[in-house]
Design a protein around this ligand. Sequence first.
Ligand code: BG6
Length: 486
Amino acid sequence: MQVNPFDYVVFGGTGDLALRKLMPALYYRERDHQLTDDSRIIGVSRTDQNTEAFRAQITKALEQFVPAEDIEAGVLARFLGRITYVPLDATKPAGNWPLLVDALKDGGEKARVFYLATSPVLFGAICRNIKEADLICPKTRVVLEKPIGKDQASANAVNNEVGAIFKEEQIFRIDHYLGKESVQNLMVLRFGNALFEPLWSANYIDHVQITVAEKVGVEGRADYYDKAGALRDMVQNHFLQLLCLVAMEPPSSLTEDMIRNEKIKVLRALRPITAQDVKSRTVRGQYRQGAIEGKSVAGYAEELGASSNTETFVAIKAEVDNWRWGGVPFYLRTGKRMPTRYSEIVIQFKAVPHNVFGRGAGELTANRLVIRLQPDEGVNLQIMTKVPGPGGLRLRSVPLNLSYAETFKDRYPDAYERLLMDTVRGNPSLFMRRDEVDAAWAWIDTIQKGWKDADQPAEPYPAGSWGPLSAALLLARDDRRWNDAD
Ligand code: BG6
């Protein structure tokens, strides 16, 4: 279905995010006929070039990031036709603003989205200049890319600056994990099935694991990454959002504030990790030279061209101090240059209280629900079954498997496709509210401070491994192990 007419302005229009994610997402929405004829896309950046050059840049990016069979000449021509470019240093009030005003002429009735795909330190100035140029119309929304700030104080400052210009309901803080199909399906799995929710608590769940493993290194983003590190880059946003969706109480409906009201309770119930317990509850790591799929890859410091103590891997034992989750650890783990790219959430159930089969039948393995976020999205439930045969009773844990690719033959839209259209629709339910960002930073800041106070170094791990040995020990100490360690 078509969304209402819009003008989409992307600041940072020639940047990596815009070319790699935003333009391909909009292209696919074009291909699916979701964009009305009068909707316009305007790229803004400091690069001094014209619309033709920008269109050529986008064509090249699409060729790189969209599979060739999805690029249709007619669709591409239609898509490029709605794109214009404005060379502008948006952090300065003077300059080419009249060109942007002109590009947005006669668009006052449409949804007008300003997507700030820039560093958060520029958000305040850009918003002020948007206002100064008198570009705010009734259906204006502003989209803020993560990370918002680098700690609670700087995030607050950014939110204050943006909040001085836009109302909270106009501000869309994006976390693209919330737009992933498999992440949205988590809510359907929990609240659309009677089966799981009665078991979804400390009564039946032993622990939860969330892993996001990436094969890539820092990919030309070393400047940003070295200041951020894995904790700020991945945990503060994506992981805490996933944790919230696993741990939150059922909202009474899916309206924006119902979901966000439940998520914020989880964030506020996270037990702080301070200098006393950072060593026992967190692991920091940094990749060294190693090999992935037989190919040698450089270490982080070599890629960066300098030595650094920034973590490219982090593992955390988190705890949610509330009635539902008391005593259930949430083990979080993410790293760059892992052996393979995969993300999953593992719900490890407790063992049955008594083994009626006797030892000879084989070990009784506790049930485990694995929600595979990427790749090969799906759900897998390990259950005990009898091995067929006339002999004695023998038991084995086998998977009940749901593969989305096999069940649904459709293409899986990228997270940004859904989220960009939500910004046009003005639906913020899959975006972060200010208090969520604030509570997430409060928890992260304590860990950062703990690391600093305890002088916790980033332990080396070879590229292509599952991180430092301490990550395995984090679970082994609790008599548990990571799912992939089986
Ligand atoms: C981004 C991080 O938010 O998420 C990147 O900044 C990371 O460092 C990326 O690679 C991972 O996203 P995805 O969708 O590929 O899992």
